[in-house]
Design a protein around this ligand. Structure first.
Ligand code: FAD
Length: 361
């Protein structure tokens, strides 16, 4: 695998980012091929359900279920849980996030397969939970789109209103990569978990704005704010009032879209701290926005060898975890680290288990 600096959908960035060349798919292809060559056997359409322990408490295999609910057991000298988080399991999402869980969805289809089973089967034998079970990595997406990651990273150039037609947050606190998650969580807390990202013709003055708008759905467009409100189904009078108040609070400074420009509103609550320009040039455009759950934060406690730790702080012999199944994050996602969490702890688990079983590296 080669890692390099990559182009991102963020028009403003707080930091540069590295990623695998070819994306996550390239990792699966490269490591999958290598594993097959090494004689690893894959069991597709086989879902792990529970762990098997011996009399001393060591994990010595797992129970799984295949097609037609056929049960089967696998004996093993060690088990590495790498089955993701629980972003695809609404029962668990509701348990940890409450009623707003229904207003979020996995950011891409693969997320529906991550139902928290690995986390649950380890908790069931006494593993310690770790990571922020009440949080998830949130991304702002267009709910109309079925494309993978139909993200809206340009909302900071316009305003966001809820279904009552009211603003509820500072849309432009700073570089978009550093602030989109906090804003997306507030979107999730609005009625119905939805907001509307509104612009005027001035959006076209943002160079390459399409890079930051990954939805394949066209915006709802109208010649007046009232007609736009009707098009999106929010009260017209409320949206007209919100835009008028916002426009009155905007100044006339220079608009510099590719860095935080300090062009802030005056005496407006909530304020808009950057890129605050009047919305008064038709056509008016709107993309709906909801929160996507990229992955959940809650998972299992592991030590630096990726061994799963029990509630008493002791490693559970034979049990390891890697990737989203490991609980690590609290409050905010540290960008670009989730793939590495899989790669690092996966390798740590393999090295420790091989040494434990007397295998060479
Ligand atoms: C659109 C998108 C963009 C992203 N961008 C970035 C980024 O820029 N940088 C970054 O670091 N991260 C990013 N991430 C996050 C990162 O890709 C994932 O968090 C990471 O790949 C998770 O790896 P994992 O091995 O833990 O889980 P996964 O890759 O989700 O693999 C889990 C596997 O376990 C299988 N499984 C689930 N349950 C069971 C079971 N009971 N039995 C058997 N198998 C099971 C699933 O089918 C799946 O194949 C992004 C994610 C998405 C979706």
């Amino acid at each position: 695998m080669r890692f390099d600096y990559v182009t991102t959908p963020f028009l403003t960035q707080s930091t540069s980012r590295m990623a695998p060349v070819g994306g996550g798919w390239a990792i699966v292809e490269a490591l999958g091929e290598r594993a097959e060559k090494a004689g690893v056997e894959f069991f597709y359409e086989t879902t792990a359900r529970s762990l098997i322990q011996d009399a001393r408490g060591a994990v010595v295999g797992l129970r799984a279920v295949g097609r037609d609910n056929a049960l089967r057991e696998f004996g093993a000298r060690g088990v590495v849980l790498a089955s993701g988080g629980f972003q695809g399991n609404h029962e668990m999402l509701a348990q940890y996030f409450g009623r707003q869980a229904l207003a979020m969805r996995p950011i891409a289809r693969g997320g529906y397969y991550n139902k928290g089973e690995g986390i649950r089967m380890a908790l069931a034998i006494g593993a310690a939970p770790r990571g922020d079970f009440g949080e998830f990595h949130a991304e702002p997406i267009d709910p109309r789109s079925g494309a993978p990651e139909p993200a809206n990273f340009i909302f900071c150039y316009g305003i966001l209103v809820n279904s009552a037609g009211q603003r509820f947050t500072d849309e432009a606190r700073g570089p978009i990569d550093a602030h989109y998650e906090a804003v997306t969580r507030l979107i999730n807390l609005q009625a119905g978990g939805i907001a509307y990202s509104i612009f005027d013709a001035g959006l076209d003055e943002v160079p390459n704005w399409r890079t930051g708008m990954r939805s394949d759905e066209p915006p709802i467009e109208a010649a007046t704010i009232g007609a736009l409100a009707e098009g999106i189904g929010v009260p017209a009078a409320a949206l007209e009032r919100t835009v008028a108040e916002y426009n009155r609070a905007c100044g006339d400074g220079a608009f510099k879209p590719l860095a935080p420009d300090g062009l802030a509103t005056r005496e407006l609550d909530p304020p808009k701290s950057n890129w605050a320009r009047r919305i008064d040039r038709p056509p008016y455009r709107c993309w709906p926005v909801t929160a996507a759950n990229t992955f959940t934060f809650g998972g299992l406690a592991v030590d630096s060898d990726a061994r799963v730790i029990n509630m008493d702080g002791e490693p559970i012999p034979g049990l390891y975890a890697a990737g989203e199944t490991v609980g690590l994050y609290y409050k905010t996602y540290v960008g670009s680290t989730s793939v590495l969490k899989g790669a690092v702890f996966g390798r740590k688990a393999a090295l420790h288990d091989a040494a434990r079983n007397g295998a060479s590296k």
